[in-house]
Design a protein around this ligand. Structure first.
Ligand code: ZN
Ligand code: ZN
Length: 142
């Protein structure tokens, strides 16, 4: 019963954005929802490998989800796209990301205010159209 209603909910979310609720899209959306951090295409492929979907299909699914605005695509500086679900309680534009300089893991940090001087900053900074990234060692590497 619980699984069934979760499936229905994921289908509804996809259809509301005009996407067909294919089994692989549902699986990708479900995975991103459980991760709650930006994940790369190779991570998604590895996690869903048992289900038998090929990596190209999963990549297209991720791009589709990003195109309709359900998912945000970020490059934290290593030229790898990572995909993060956006919803009411997890708005990827409102929180900074932590990037481990040792292993490359990316984690979401709680929303925080950055005190910025009014003068001498680019317009995008003043208008808050920028990403904040914190770099350091994760608990495993540190
Ligand atoms: Zn690390
Ligand atoms: Zn995040």
């Amino acid at each position: 019963m619980a699984i069934r209603s979760k499936l229905n909910e994921l289908r509804t979310v996809l259809r509301a954005q005009g996407l067909r609720a294919t089994p692989s899209r549902i699986a990708v959306l479900d995975l991103l929802r459980s991760k709650r951090r930006p994940v790369s295409h190779s991570e998604v492929s590895a996690e869903l490998a048992n289900a038998g979907w090929d990596p190209a299909t999963l990549y297209r699914n991720l791009v589709d989800l990003a195109d309709v605005g359900l998912v945000r695509r970020t490059d934290v500086g290593d030229h790898v796209w990572r995909f993060e679900l956006i919803d009411a309680e997890h708005d990827a534009t409102r929180h900074p990301h932590f990037v481990c300089t040792g292993c490359g893991t990316v984690e979401c940090l709680p929303p925080m205010e950055l005190a910025l001087p009014k003068a001498k900053t680019p317009r995008s900074v003043r208008q808050r159209r920028v990403e904040v990234q914190v770099r350091g060692l994760c608990d495993t590497c540190g």
